[in-house]
Design a protein around this ligand. Structure first.
Ligand code: ZN
Length: 126
């Protein structure tokens, strides 16, 4: 793995779980409660979820290399804000800040609005 030294550097500099030499471990990781996987030379393709989610995204180029090496999805999902639907309370991932209703309720709202519009039109005509 050619980017291993870059990853180690990133871990050392940015990983909140990486504590260096501690508790009798070298490269101690408090998340794993053991040595950081990226400093294990036996492991050709180490991976760490904490690192992938919290540290790796700070270096886009390295992230791409890392993902490719592991056949992971290269396109990182953009973290969507989690919102509670104003109508039914379901938690859903909003596509925009203006989205306040889950897919189902959003559809129902549209139908309601269409109905309202029809009603108003009819009232005007009457
Ligand atoms: Zn809803």
């Amino acid at each position: 793995m050619q980017n291993k030294s870059k990853i180690k550097q990133l871990v050392k500099n940015n990983c909140a779980s990486y504590l260096g030499d501690k508790h009798g471990f070298s490269n101690y990781c408090c998340w794993k409660d053991g040595s950081c996987v990226f400093f294990d030379n036996e492991n050709p393709l180490p991976s760490c979820r904490y690192f992938e989610n919290g540290v790796l995204p700070t270096d886009e180029k390295l992230e791409r290399e890392y993902m490719l090496e592991r056949n992971m999805h290269v396109e990182r999902q953009i973290a969507k804000p989690k919102v509670n639907c104003k109508k039914c309370g379901t938690t859903f991932e909003a596509n925009s800040n203006r989205q306040h209703y889950c897919g189902k309720c959003d559809e129902n709202n549209k139908k309601d609005k269409a109905k309202l519009r029809m009603r108003k039109m009819r009232r005007k005509q009457a």
